[in-house]
Design a binder for this molecule. Structure first.
Ligand SMILES: Cc1cc2nc3c(=O)[nH]c(=O)nc-3n(C[C@H](O)[C@H](O)[C@H](O)COP(=O)(O)OP(=O)(O)OC[C@H]3O[C@@H](n4cnc5c(N)ncnc54)[C@H](O)[C@@H]3O)c2cc1C
Length: 441
């Protein structure tokens, strides 16, 4: 009897533990070919993420080799390459983790059509979220939850799928050409985290003791006590279900953040235009387009220390504290009045965790065009800075020009005594015609 063979097309599920597509395929077929296709359509969006991706692929290949298999790497269009490989190895089936973005849905539709044409069985699996997009429907009708709190209540009591172990063994067909994995290219951020499942699992284990302090500490910008798992979740180096299970308490503040992630995935599944179009019907959109102001914001030289600190952390680490993301995004949209889409693009270029659902979903929330039930909240930058960076340490760390300014005075350098202000090489706050921000008074 000939051995049964299937291809698992990997995308942003770069792990061997708790991988429904991989585990089920290994259980059902004699031979399994894990495939990653380096897709030129996705290349060049972010040097930081490209580097992280290559590191994650190298780690995945090493782990698959430990299990007796390998990672087959191809370049080109993922649909064409999957069909070609399936023919090469005489596969009868293809497995894929379902995804929600515009690009991913199109890729999935094309793959389905080509699989049908070539008499291949295509099966989709969960795994990118804790609860699958579409699994929860609001009571009053509608295809998805538009508001977070009721979604969270339903999510926390929903029956989650079983967590799966890594396959014990993977048998690859003989003579399959595995392909070269190029060395990780240079990224843009010198302090970027390193990609890979093993780093992710270690990070989770090392961070879990902090969990009990998360509720009190997660907004402390200088404390920097959040999990920093987001890039690993972004590339599926760790399963969100496994993270939620290890954290335990489903209603606790940490698992609640994972629910926000699921929330934006189910929004994006229902509204794939989230990166380009206001989500909220009737949202007012009257934006300014000022290239100089946008450049000052992007480069961290607005003269608002808490904003500049956040943007410089982003450029240095390819990651920014959540509170700093809220502040920098609020400053760009509410104060500078600039289009949230410009902010989405800048974050998307730098963030290791940058993804369509979370980046655009959060930007729209901040800009008042998204899922916030109270859009256009008041925004006082100095109050935010003093509340979440009370001693000013976050600013001093990221804006070294202000390192000599003591205490919270660092948040308002324009109020320093003349002599001190002249000694500090830091710009005055960017002025925006027609605005009179309360925090400058
Ligand atoms: C303007 C803006 C843009 C953002 N863009 C992204 C993005 O592109 N990718 C991204 O993963 N997150 C994004 N976030 C959400 C959040 O800032 C990051 O997920 C978080 O800072 C990552 O750090 P952490 O892993 O230490 O988080 P933790 O506090 O340890 O939280 C654990 C996990 O929960 C999830 N999570 C936490 N907060 C949110 C949130 N508000 N929305 C959705 N998921 C959340 C993340 O997966 C995170 O890794 C954005 C937030 C804002 C305000």
């Amino acid at each position: 009897m000939t051995a049964s063979t299937a291809v698992v097309l990997l995308t942003r599920d770069l792990r061997v533990h708790d991988h429904p597509a991989l585990a089920s395929t290994c259980a059902a077929f004699d031979q399994v070919v894990p495939l990653y296709v380096l897709d030129p359509a996705l290349a060049g969006r972010s040097a930081n993420r490209t580097r992280f991706l290559h590191q994650a692929l190298a780690d995945l290949r090493a782990q698959l080799r430990d299990l007796g298999g390998d990672l087959v790497v191809r370049h080109g269009d993922p649909v064409t390459e999957t069909i070609r490989l399936a023919a090469e190895v005489d596969a009868t089936a293809v497995a894929l983790s379902a995804d929600v973005s515009h690009y991913a849905s199109r890729r999935e539709r094309r793959l389905r059509a080509e699989c049908e044409r070539h008499r291949l069985h295509l099966r989709l699996f969960p795994g990118l979220t804790v609860v699958e997009p579409g699994a929860l429907r609001p009571g009053g009708g509608g295809d998805h939850y538009r508001v977070f709190s009721p979604y969270h209540r339903a999510w926390a009591v929903h029956r989650w799928r079983e967590e799966l172990a890594a396959p014990r063994r993977i048998a690859l067909p003989a003579r399959v050409r595995v392909g070269q994995l190029p060395a990780p290219p240079a990224g843009d951020s010198p302090e970027a985290a390193v990609g890979g499942e093993r780093v992710a699992r270690q990070r989770l284990t090392d961070w879990l003791p902090e969990l009990t302090r998360y509720g009190d500490q997660h907004d402390d910008m200088a404390g920097d006590d959040t999990s920093r798992l987001s890039p690993y979740l972004r590339f599926g180096c760790v399963s969100p279900l496994a993270v939620a299970n290890r954290a335990g308490d489903r209603s606790g503040p940490f698992v609640r953040q994972l629910c926000w992630r699921d929330f934006y995935y189910q929004v994006t599944a229902a509204f794939p235009e989230i990166s380009t179009t206001a989500y909220r019907r009737g949202a007012t959109e009257r934006w300014r387009y000022d290239d100089d102001a946008l450049a000052a914001w992007t480069e961290g030289r607005t003269g608002m220390p808490i904003v500049d600190a956040g943007m410089r952390q982003l450029r240095t680490q390819g990651w920014m504290h959540n509170r700093a993301r809220l502040i920098t995004a609020g400053y760009l949209t509410t104060h500078l009045g600039q289009d949230w889409r410009s902010g989405v693009a800048v974050f998307f270029r730098w963030l290791l965790d940058g993804d369509v659902a979370n980046n655009s979903g959060n930007w729209q929330w901040v800009a008042g065009t998204g899922n916030d039930t109270k859009p256009y909240r008041g925004f006082n930058l100095v109050r935010q800075a003093e509340r979440y960076d009370p001693a000013g340490d976050y600013v001093r760390r990221w804006v070294p020009e202000l390192a000599g300014v003591q205490g919270r005075a660092v948040h308002q350098p324009w109020k320093l005594p003349d002599q001190l202000r002249r000694a500090v090489d830091y710009p005055p706050p960017l002025s925006v015609p027609g605005t009179d921000p309360v925090w400058l008074r």
